[in-house]
Design a protein around this ligand. Sequence first.
Ligand code: B12
Ligand code: SF4
Length: 491
Amino acid sequence: MKVAFMYATFENIGIEMLSSMLKKEGHSTRLFYDPQLFDDLFYSKKYLGKFFSFKKKIFDDLKRYKPDMILFSVVSADYSWACEYSSEIKKIMNVPIVFGGIHVTSMPEEVLQNKFVDYVVVGEGDFAVVDLMNNIESGNINYSIKNVWFKKNGLIIKNSVRPIFQDLDKLPYPDKELYKKHGQPFITGYTILTVRGCPNRCTYCNHDVYKNIYPNNNTYIRRRSVKNAVSELADSKKKYKIKFIRIIDDDFVRELSRLELFCKLYQKVNVPYVCIAHPTNVTVKSVKALKLSNCKQVAIGLQNINENLRTKILNRKETNEDVKRMIILLNRYKIRCIIDLIMDLPSSTSKHMKEAFEFFCKYTPAGLCMPWINYFPKTTIVDIAYKHGILDKKSIRKLELKPNKKTLFILDNKIHKEITMKYQNLLTLLLVSKRLAKFMYRTKLFLSIPSRFMLLLRVFSYFRNRTGYELELLRNPRRYFYQSLRKLRTL
Ligand code: B12
Ligand code: SF4
């Protein structure tokens, strides 16, 4: 069977896994990729978006390919995009359409109620997608496939999920060929996942949703053997021109013995890499292992500097002592430490921003990433925002049914937003010049400087502090540039 994957903006390991599973069963796969230039959730300019749109090309390619099945992988940010594309596809070809991914797992029934969605897959889809595909190929539909929800005579058939798959080494490597033809940036920066699951349950994270489906922590966290993960990297290094590697495990330093083994085996690959870590597990030993194995950057999701807010609102367990230790160690070993802070969390105030400034003046990381809060469907933080009067029942339903710029970004209070932005700018200035930032803070000058000026400073600091890794990880201008050239060439 010919399978078409539809995805926008970024690389997605989830669909690379599904593609490998399907290829192993003899199906062929192809990715129809929309870079969403100038028209994504965060930056949208109508005319530019139209000019650089890949939609027509994607539809022409799809008609030529004549798929037997179309698969959409959906994060909430791209749900509207997926709905728009699938409803238009249904008008031009009669092909079954399957939706899966985190948004679908959060809202399966609502997604399946769309006329243009034939099946949804809940939870991990590696085996479900193969069963579904083989089933459809046989022409004899079995409505009891685990993880798959069906429509039958106006009713929805909801199947339970299969036990979560344990032996990750038995899965094939993700199919990197899927993205290869869509641009060099996908290949120079190689993404790998070595662990699935997380023991924690932060209120704003997708694990909060997954743990309702897979409640047993002992089976939820699964690790590939280090040997298996390093073999993937070694094989891929021979195949592609990899310049750096992104390890997207939720906490790459969680188990020291594993990290030390990685450090040993990785010597044969030795490509610079970036990873994600949890502050509690960043110790002298783990940082030494990171350094020895050529780690250049560690990203940390701290989200707010206030311990009390972190515990009560976010269910995060690290202390500020952990955070201090982590910054000092990473700075000492010259590994870039990038800290995420979410702006405008429930109960956050400018007092917390002030606290953050004072803390980071003393312990300064290499970078701060400061996005505004997004409320994702079915995460506990949505209930917390409800209790704080930030979201009402209507706005919650809106973000569940129609997540978009308006519904996902709820800015609690305009005055608070203004002040938060001033502090955001001040924190950025801190990364460029500590002395100037302290002066601005002491004299309160930062409160009266126009935001546009500070924005310029933020752009300057972004490029001043940039490393190839950071650019690839964040908004990825290189990918933007590359895709724009591709579009111009096709005009
Ligand atoms: C790595 C990562 C990124 C990378 C790569 C993105 C990507 N799409 O993989 C980068 C840095 C680019 C990124 C960007 C963003 N990310 Co991100 N990211 C992750 C992270 C840490 C890992 C994703 C991953 O690879 N998981 C492992 C794979 C194996 O699992 P999976 O993708 O869920 O796929 C499995 C199932 O869902 C299912 N499945 C998936 N798709 C399909 C499709 C079909 C048809 C079927 C049958 C099954 C199926 O089967 C797969 C295999 O079992 C997750 C958190 C997490 N731990 O999952 C957040 C996460 C996906 N990101 C998130 C967000 C919000 C974003 C951004 C919007 C952030 C931003 N401010 O820009 C962007 C946009 C994402 C986009 N359009 O893709 C949220 C999404 C929440 C939501 N409800 O939508 C998550 C869940 C984190 C969170 N807050 O909880 N991200
Ligand atoms: S520690 Fe990170 S990955 Fe784990 S639940 Fe919290 S935010 Fe999610």
